[in-house]
Structure formats: structure tokens, C-alpha cells
Ligand binder design. Structure first.
Ligand code: KIV
Ligand code: ZN
Length: 503
């Protein structure tokens, strides 16, 4: 019988600590719903004491998501634990996740605490958290660089205080797989009572070892792995959920382990997270990258045509990539056909989302004859999770190589119509300046990128714009066959998000 490994997803907590990522509450709920479809065991929804927005997001997720356990992170500090519980109290399966650093470097330079003080605090805070619920996870931050015997003593005591999950992170991504495996084994063999609790691994990717280290950890006896979609996370990120899950599935017979993940939802989840976070998936990324199933060389193509298993160890279908490029939806496709096509490619929408996506789909079919699964994905992922304070009504851009570019923009704000013109260095610059003049704001543009959703001259263009407001990055996206329209809408979307974020 295979050992079942628990998947603890931290996309919404450690993943959201990725530089430049700032999700609003609606986006976090969307991701949490998709993680529920993926069937993860635990969703770490955030760090409630970090900000009011984090608190509200954890609370909303705890109220809405029923199947997975919902975890909230907190330092080993009473006020943090109180706040985490307030956010979690409506959850069906709440988990308080409390942590304190245990390495000499962290205790000396960050906490200014002795080993004895750290043990005392950890025990007191686990006991305190236990007053709220039974499900307490305790993490020893920077565990891998900590004295192993000190860790065993600390863990023995927090188990006695009531912790039911012990997490042993490689916080700075310093470990090598064999050593991390040995480290986990040592802790398991030398901690009293550890056989009655769950042992968890949490590895960062600073040296590109996060997935390998996590696997070494579970091969040495850990039964929970903490990971994030697309490997998002602090600095170089966390272990990638999709890589861990697909390794366990593909090498099930060798490892004798598996998870409960619905792997057919992997691709959809990866796309949604990438789109909402504004972080592209590298083409060569394992499992979910654009090239993960592309065979370029003639020898490989020939082999795959004869027999897929020559060069394919996992099928695209097993992660939810359905190559429907030959099945086409178009102008005459109705709502029903659209809905069943979505279901076919693993996208589940509620009625309101379906209505909105169908309306967009119809608009796209006015101009584009054949719509493929990639277009549909882009249409669904362009859903707006914010209030549209400003809406583009019309625009006109004049550009050329020997002239000054000018743009005229008309924007609606409620029932008011606002119009302005501007000149700029190129069409995008003039259009963005015209938007700023129209709404009377100066915007700090940090990034602009465009990609075509599919091949062909009539492909949809997807524009991503990032703007900066104080220390926050806001991402705006839009798709259209007209790249100027997509650019202006993406800019306005980012501005709307910024306004929404302030409320
Ligand atoms: O990397 C780490 O140590 C963490 C802990 C807070 C679990 O994210
Ligand atoms: Zn971490």
C-alpha cells in the first residue's frame, strides 16, 4: 500500500511573499477555490497579523472553503495567535501554524534569545494556541541550520504541549538532498513522541534543490510537504507543488507514495496563479511550461509519433492539458457548447462567471473566426476581480515613424464621460499619458509586456502592465485582437486595482 503524502499549499502565504506579487481578496478567494478543486489537503491562507488585508483574506477563505484544512501563520507571540484564531474561527477545519526561529544565527541576530528562552516561548505559545483548537502546527524556522539535538529537545517539548504537526524547514534553501534526508531521519529517530504527530518539510529553492530536498525529506519519513504552485515564494521560491505531485505520481512504483491531488487540475491552477500574480511561467518549466510537452528534434518527433512513451514520461492530459487546437468554437457556438467546452478543458465556473466569460467570448468571435482552448483560457483568466471605477469608452491613436504620436481617450467614470489628449514617445506612451491626464493621476509604470495567446495573424494579444503605488505592485491584464486596446485596458485595469486596494 502506498504511503499518502499530505499536500500543504502555501501559494497564498509564502507564495504571496514573492517579490512583486500582491493579490487582492477576491483573487485570493479565486485561488483558494481552485486549490480546493485541485484537492490539496491544507491551504495556508495567509499571515493574519501581517496586515488588515491579510486578516480579511484569511477570514473570507476560512468562511468559504470547506474541504481542505485552512491554516493561518503566526509568530510564537500571543497577539499573533489571537489574530490568527480570529481569522480562522469560522473554518470547518482550522489549523494554527505558529513558528519561531531555532538556528544560532537567527536566535542571536534576529530574536536576541537564548536556546532556553526559545524552548520556553515555543512551549508556552503552543499551549496557548491549544486553547483555541487542537490542530496546531509548529515550525522551527531555519531548522536545517539549527543544532539537531537542540531541535529534538524542542520538538519533544512542543509535542508534549500539544503540537500535532512539526515542520522542519530549510528556510534559506541551503540543504543538499542527501543531507536534508539524513537530517529529517535524525530528528525522527531522536524526538520523543514524534510517531504520534505529522512531520512536515518546507524547502526553499535558493540553490534549485527545493523539490529534491522535499522528496528526500518525505523519503526519510516526513508525511506532509509544504509547497506552492509554480514554485512561488520568498526569494527563489518554495518547492513547486506540481513537480512534487507529478514526481510522486510518475514514480509511484519506485517510491510507494502518492497524494490525493486531482492532477487534471494542475495546469488550470498553474495558469490561474500565473495570471493573477502577473508572473509568467518559464517555457521550460517542468510539468506546466509551454515546452514541457513539445518535441522539437526530428528524432524525438518521430519517436513520439510511433509511441508516446519513447519521450513522454507523463501525458499532457494527466495534468489537464487537452490539446483541443483542432476543436474549434466560433461565432455560432452557443452558451451550452461554450460551457461544455470549458468543462472539457477542466475549467469550472459558477453561473455569474460563465455569463461574463460567454459575453467576452462572443465579443472575441465578432472579430476572430476560430477560437481555440488557449483563447478560451485567456478569456476566462481575464476576469476582473476589482471594481471598475474607470472604463475605456473609446480611443484614437496617431502614430508613425516621422511624427509626434498623439492619443485621444474617452473614459467613463459612472455616468460621467472624461476626455483628454496627450503626446508621447510612441503610441503606448502617448496613450498611457492620455489615460493619466483623463483621470488626473500620475502613475508609476514599472513593467509592460505583450504576448500573443495563439499563433496566426488574428491571434489575441495579451498585455500585462505593472504599476507601483508606494511599496505595492498592481498588475493589470487585458486581451484583445487590437494590441492598443489591450494595452490601454490593461493600464486602466491596473489603476482600478490600485484604487480598489486603497478602499
Ligand atoms: O521558510 C520558512 O521557514 C517559513 C516558515 C515560517 C514556515 O516559511
Ligand atoms: Zn518559507
Amino acid at each position: 500500500m502506498n504511503k499518502r503524502v499530505k499536500i500543504f499549499d502555501t501559494t497564498l502565504r509564502d507564495g504571496e511573499q514573492t517579490p512583486g506579487v500582491n493579490l487582492n481578496i477576491k483573487e485570493k478567494i479565486m485561488i483558494a477555490k481552485q486549490l480546493e478543486e485541485l484537492n490539496v489537503d491544507v491551504i495556508e491562507a495567509g499571515f493574519p497579523r501581517a496586515s488588515k488585508a491579510d486578516f480579511e483574506a484569511v477570514k473570507a477563505i476560512a468562511q468559504e472553503i470547506r474541504k481542505p484544512e485552512i491554516a493561518a501563520l503566526c509568530r510564537a507571540v500571543k497577539e499573533d495567535i489571537d489574530c490568527a484564531w480570529k481569522a480562522l474561527e469560522d473554518a470547518e477545519n482550522p489549523r494554527i501554524h505558529t513558528f519561531i526561529a531555532t538556528s544560532d544565527i537567527h536566535m542571536k541576530h534576529k530574536l536576541h534569545m537564548t536556546k532556553e528562552e526559545v524552548i520556553k516561548r515555543a512551549v508556552e505559545m503552543v499551549t496557548y494556541a491549544k486553547g483555541y483548537c487542537n490542530n496546531i502546527e509548529f515550525s522551527a524556522e531555519d531548522a536545517y541550520r539549527s543544532d539537531p539535538d537542540f531541535l529534538c529537545e524542542l520538538f519533544t517539548k512542543v509535542i508534549k504541549a500539544g503540537a500535532v504537526v512539526l515542520n522542519i524547514p530549510d528556510t534559506v534553501g541551503y540543504a543538499l538532498p542527501m543531507d536534508y534526508g539524513k537530517f529529517i531521519k535524525y530528528i525522527i529517530e531522536n524526538t520523543e513522541g514524534i510517531e504520534n504527530v505529522e512531520v512536515s518539510v518546507h524547502c526553499h529553492d535558493d540553490l534549485g534543490m527545493a523539490v529534491a530536498n522535499s522528496l528526500a525529506g518525505i523519503m526519510s519519513g516526513a508525511s506532509q510537504v509544504e509547497c506552492a504552485i509554480n514554485g512561488l515564494g520568498e526569494r527563489a521560491g518554495n518547492a513547486s507543488l506540481e513537480e512534487i505531485v507529478m514526481t510522486l505520481k510518475t514514480r509511484k512504483n519506485y517510491l510507494n507514495m502518492d497524494t490525493d491531488i486531482n492532477t487534471k487540475q494542475i495546469y488550470r491552477t498553474s495558469k490561474l496563479v500565473s495570471s493573477l500574480c502577473g508572473i509568467d511561467i518559464p517555457p521550460n518549466k517542468a510539468v506546466v511550461g509551454k515546452n514541457a510537452f513539445a518535441h522539437e528534434s526530428g528524432i524525438h518527433q518521430h519517436g513520439v509519433l510511433q509511441e508516446k512513451s519513447t519521450y513522454e514520461i507523463i501525458t499532457p492530459e494527466s495534468v489537464g492539458i487537452n490539446n483541443h487546437s483542432n476543436i474549434v468554437l466560433g461565432k455560432h457556438s452557443g452558451r451550452h457548447a461554450f460551457d461544455s467546452y470549458l468543462k472539457d478543458i477542466g475549467i469550472v465556473l459558477n453561473k455569474e462567471e460563465l455569463d461574463e466569460a460567454f459575453e467576452k467570448f462572443k465579443r472575441v468571435t465578432d472579430k476572430k473566426k476560430q477560437i481555440t482552448s488557449k483563447d478560451i483560457e485567456a478569456i476566462v483568466n481575464s476576469k476582473k476581480y476589482f471594481t471598475e471605477t474607470y472604463k475605456l469608452k473609446s480611443f484614437q491613436v496617431n502614430s508613425g515613424n516621422n511624427m509626434i504620436c498623439t492619443s485621444a481617450i474617452e473614459i467613463r467614470q459612472g455616468d460621467k464621460s472624461l476626455t483628454e489628449v496627450a503626446i508621447g514617445d510612441g503610441s503606448i506612451d502617448s496613450a498611457f499619458k492620455a489615460v493619466e491626464r483623463t483621470i488626473g493621476m500620475n502613475i508609476n509604470l514599472k513593467d509592460y509586456s505583450i504576448r500573443s495567446v495563439t499563433d496566426g495573424k488574428d491571434a489575441l494579444g495579451e498585455v500585462t502592465v505593472k504599476i507601483k503605488d508606494n511599496d505595492k505592485i498592481l498588475v493589470g491584464k487585458s486581451i484583445s485582437q487590437d494590441i492598443m486596446e489591450a494595452s490601454i485596458n490593461a493600464y486602466i485595469n491596473a489603476i482600478n486595482k490600485m484604487i480598489d486596494d486603497k478602499h
